[in-house]
Design a protein around this ligand. Structure first.
Ligand code: BDR
Ligand code: CA
Length: 330
C-alpha cells in the first residue's frame, strides 16, 4: 500500500499516547514527524513524553520528535490533573536516547509542508498552538497542507471543561480561531463524535490479552485513563478522543461530517473556547452577524455524529495486532 505522509502534533497525554499506537498500526500512513505541544502538561513534559513514547513503540530511531510552543498564544494558564502527574498517568517511561533534532516543531511543520506540498496530512490532538504559529509565520502553510484533522471543540453538545468549551480549544482559543479562519482544509473532531466512541474496561482487557509489549503498554495507559474518568467524571467508561482524530483522518466511515464555518470564543470569559458551528445550510441566515455571514475563508468539516462503522471495535482490533518493525521516513 502506498503510504501518505502525516505529522502527529500532540500533548501526551494518555489518549494521545494510544493515538500514536493506533496511528502506527494503520498501514496507510508514513509518520514523518512527531511534534509536541504544551496542553495536558507543560511542553517540557509533553516533549519528554513524546520522545519516550516514540522509544516505547519502537520508532524513535526512524521518526524525529520536535519540541513545540512553550505557551499558548492566548494569555491563559492551562494544564490539567486528568492525565496524572507525568501526563502518562503514574507510569514513568525510560527517556529516549535518540538525538534531539536541532530545530523546533513549527519550523519542521513548515518545512514538511513544502517537501510534501499538497500531500501532507497533519493530525493535531492537543491545543492548536503549533499549527497557529506556523500559519502566522507563513500563511501559505494553509494551502500546502492537504488536510488538517484536529481533535477539539464541541459543536452541538456541551463542553468538557466548561459548559461550552472542550479542553484543547479552551487551552488556546486564539490558536484555534487562527486555524479555523486560515483557509486550511480542516476537519474538527470534537465531543459531538468522540463522546460516541466509548472505551470500557472489557475493551482494555481485550487489548491486554493480545500479550504484545505494545498492547500491554497501551492497556496500562488506558487503565489509568479509565481511573481518571471514574475519579473526575464518575463515568465507568472513557472516550477515545485523540485516537478518533486518527480514525477520521484515515476513513470517512467513523464520523458524519458537515461543512460550514466555526467561530471560536476568544473573549476568555464565559465563552472562552466555545466553538460555534454554522453549517453551510445556515450560512446566509439574516440573523447571523454580518462578519460571520460574509466570512469568505475558513470553511471546514465538522464531525457532528458517529459514522457507519464502530470506531472502538476498530481501535481494539488494531491495538491487538503486532506493530510493523520499522517505519522509515524520507
Ligand atoms: C482532549 O483533551 C485532552 O485532555 C485529551 O488528550 C484530548 O486531546 C479531550 O477534550
Ligand atoms: Ca490530547
Amino acid at each position: 500500500m502506498a503510504q501518505r505522509p502525516l505529522v502527529l502534533d500532540s500533548d501526551p497525554g494518555l489518549d494521545d499516547a494510544v493515538a500514536l499506537h493506533y496511528l502506527l498500526a494503520r498501514p496507510e500512513w508514513q509518520l514523518v514527524a512527531y511534534t509536541a505541544v504544551g496542553g495536558n502538561v507543560p511542553v517540557d513534559i509533553t516533549f519528554r513524553n513524546a520522545r519516550a513514547l516514540a522509544a516505547a513503540y519502537g520508532i524513535d530511531r526512524d521518526v524525529p520528535v520536535y519540541r513545540g510552543a512553550g505557551r499558548p498564544i492566548s494569555r491563559v494558564a492551562i494544564g490539567s490533573d486528568f492525565h496524572g502527574p507525568t501526563g502518562l498517568g503514574t507510569r514513568i517511561l525510560p527517556d529516549s536516547t535518540a538525538p534531539e533534532p536541532g530545530t523546533g516543531a513549527v519550523l519542521e511543520l513548515l518545512r514538511l509542508s513544502r517537501v510534501h506540498e499538497g500531500e501532507l496530512t497533519v493530525v493535531a490532538t492537543g491545543p492548536l498552538t503549533n499549527i497557529a504559529v506556523a500559519l502566522i509565520l507563513d500563511p501559505g502553510f494553509a494551502r500546502r497542507v492537504a488536510r488538517l484533522v484536529f481533535m477539539g471543540g464541541a459543536a452541538r453538545v456541551p463542553g468538557n471543561v466548561t459548559t461550552v468549551a472542550e479542553f484543547n480549544v479552551w487551552a488556546d482559543p486564539d490558536a484555534a480561531d487562527i486555524v479555523v479562519a486560515s483557509g486550511v482544509p480542516y476537519t474538527m473532531v470534537g465531543l459531538d463524535v468522540t463522546h460516541q466512541a466509548p472505551l470500557t474496561a472489557a475493551d482494555v482487557a481485550r487489548i491486554e490479552e493480545a500479550g504484545t509489549p505494545h498492547a500491554e503498554l497501551s492497556a496500562a495507559f488506558m487503565r489509568g485513563y479509565l481511573d481518571s474518568y471514574l475519579t473526575f467524571t464518575g463515568r465507568d467508561h472513557a472516550f477515545l478522543h485523540d485516537p478518533l482524530a486518527i480514525g477520521v483522518a484515515s476513513e470517512d466511515t467513523f464520523a458524519t461530517v458537515e461543512t460550514g464555518t466555526v467561530v471560536v470564543g476568544t473573549d476568555l470569559g464565559l465563552h472562552r473556547g466555545e466553538t460555534v458551528f454554522i453549517p453551510d445550510s445556515a450560512a446566509q441566515s439574516p440573523i447571523l452577524p454580518e462578519a460571520v455571514r460574509n466570512r469568505a475563508s475558513g470553511k471546514g468539516g465538522v464531525a457532528v455524529g458517529a459514522g457507519t462503522e464502530n470506531f472502538t471495535a476498530d481501535f481494539v482490533q488494531r491495538l491487538r495486532e503486532p506493530l510493523p518493525q520499522t517505519r522509515i521516513r524520507d
